[in-house]
Design a protein around this ligand. Structure first.
Ligand code: GLN
Length: 481
């Protein structure tokens, strides 16, 4: 058996029955990485020695955690104490966080094994990993295409079976879109469900950490571990965390599924549309009721997001000045050192965002841009609240196209921004959403199906996705690397 093919819950079963050992899984995963990662390039850094030490430590501990012995990859914008965290930016090269993020602390207590930190668009700004300050990650289904972004390294690593599961972060689609492009499952929880403590901030009112996995059950498992109120993040909400795996196999008969007309527009790839409409058809056959709905302010989402997210980024990224973190350039005085560090340390997209954000926040423009965008955000949130009075979930394509070619959009930021059109509203509203595989284009590229839920109703999102997944075989297909 090729153990690297396993998902998390399958591996846990076999470990529990003593049919395999965590050393065998680890050996298998690292040999897989050796075999494919020079082509896929998912990892910014690997933590092999530490992983084997950890595996030995776990053997000695009598208590088995929920994820004992499971090798996972973590996006490189999530801090792990003492392990280089770069955000794929030159400015953070050599930065060793002095503290541990909430999510990795929780994973640690559950017995996971870190195998490496994955590549991303610099500071999670992008949709293709082409904005990484180090290198581009390749889509395992077609190495000439992007894996999506910004969590492209995590999604590619899961799709290429270089790990059993991973964490990503999603500010405007960065978990779901790469999951869609790589044919895996990606789940952005409700804003406030998971603590952001130790996630390097991009746009704090949007950022949320979530799982990228080989199947829906694994996403539920990881969500069980990372969710919950954390006193270190005041935006994490003190609501009860249910067992997300418990209700997965409840039937979906009678559930109402909304299909928003604003998501089936010109520019949507016909093969993607077909895949998504077929997926809605599967839900209908399973007893759900499909209703057309309207989210009338959808057309303003990209514009509002790119004002608000850049505004927050311009403020959040002010801390990288060569004094406290990572890289420092020479300068003739303090101000010059700040400027040189930022000029050399940040890549072009990050600089563009800082400028856009600083502009939108500046006196004289604040009301016209930032304030207006906040008002639009409220309207978009209201669209969802109104629609959710009548339906249980909303389904859409995750992305207007399948994975595009490396180089196709990178020189045209606006085209790149527009590719986020179906994921961004979810972050503006703060609702939970998943992307699951729902077919392949004629070129063999995965298509993603997005299921959106009510605030803190991850359970219904998971239940619908699981029902769909169990009646199809898409999630079993693997790229022929
Ligand atoms: N692609 C979007 C952006 O560039 C979303 C990124 C993200 O979710 N981190 O901002």
């Amino acid at each position: 058996m090729e153990l690297f093919r396993l998902g998390i819950s399958e591996a846990l079963d076999l470990l529990e029955k003593d049919e395999i050992s965590s050393r065998e899984i680890l050996d298998s995963v690292f040999s897989r990485i050796e075999a494919v990662d020079d082509r896929v390039r998912s990892f910014v850094s690997l933590t092999r020695d530490r992983a084997y030490d950890r595996m030995e430590d776990l053997k000695g501990s009598e208590k088995r955690g929920l994820l004992s012995g499971i090798p996972l990859a973590i996006k490189d914008n999530i801090c792990i104490k003492g392990i280089q965290t770069t955000c794929a930016s030159k400015i953070l090269e050599g930065f060793l966080p002095p503290y541990e993020s909430y999510v990795t602390e929780r994973l640690f207590k559950s017995g996971y094994i870190l195998i490496g930190k994955t590549n991303l668009d610099e500071f999670a700004m992008g949709s293709s990993t082409e904005n990484s300050g180090y290198f581009v990650t390749h889509n395992p289904w077609d190495l000439e295409r992007v894996p999506g972004g910004s969590s492209g390294g995590s999604a590619a690593a899961v799709a290429a079976d270089e790990c059993l599961g991973a964490l990503g972060s999603d500010t405007g689609g960065s978990i779901r879109q790469p999951a869609a492009f790589c044919g895996v499952v990606g789940f952005k929880p409700t804003y406030g469900r998971v603590s952001r403590y130790g996630l390097v901030a991009f746009a704090s009112s949007f950022d949320q950490i979530g799982p990228i996995t080989k199947n829906v059950k694994d996403a539920a498992l990881l969500l069980n571990v990372i969710s919950g109120r954390d006193p270190m993040d005041s935006t994490s909400v003190p609501v009860e965390v249910p067992d997300f795996t418990a209700g997965l196999d409840r039937e979906i008969k009678g559930l109402k599924v909304g299909v928003p007309k604003e998501y089936f527009i010109e520019g949507l790839d016909p093969e993607v549309e077909l895949g998504v409409r077929d997926a809605a058809g599967v839900l209908e056959r399973l007893g759900a009721e499909i209703v057309e709905v309207s989210l009338p302010h959808t057309g303003y989402a990209v514009a509002a997001y790119y004002i608000l997210a850049t505004s927050e980024a311009s403020s959040n990224l002010a801390r990288f000045d060569g004094v406290k973190y990572g890289f420092r350039a020479e300068g003739k005085d303090l101000i010059d050192m700040y400027m040189e560090t930022r000029a050399q340390g940040f890549g072009p997209e990050v600089k563009r965002r800082i400028m856009l954000g600083a502009y939108a926040l500046s006196a004289g423009y604040y009301d016209a841009y930032y304030k207006k965008a906040q008002q639009v955000r409220t309207l978009i949130k209201t669209d969802f609240e109104e629609t959710f009075k009548n339906v249980d979930v909303i389904v859409t394509p995750t992305s207007p196209s399948a994975a595009f070619r490396i180089g196709d959009k990178v020189s045209d930021p606006l085209q790149m921004y527009l590719s986020d059109i179906f994921t961004i509203s979810v972050n503006l509203a703060g609702v939970p959403a998943i992307s699951i595989p729902c077919g392949y284009t004629s070129e063999g590229l995965p298509i993603g199906f997005q299921v959106i839920g009510k605030h803190f109703d991850e359970e219904t999102v998971l239940r619908v996705s699981y029902a769909y997944e169990q009646s199809t075989d898409w999630h079993k297909k693997r790229p022929g690397l």
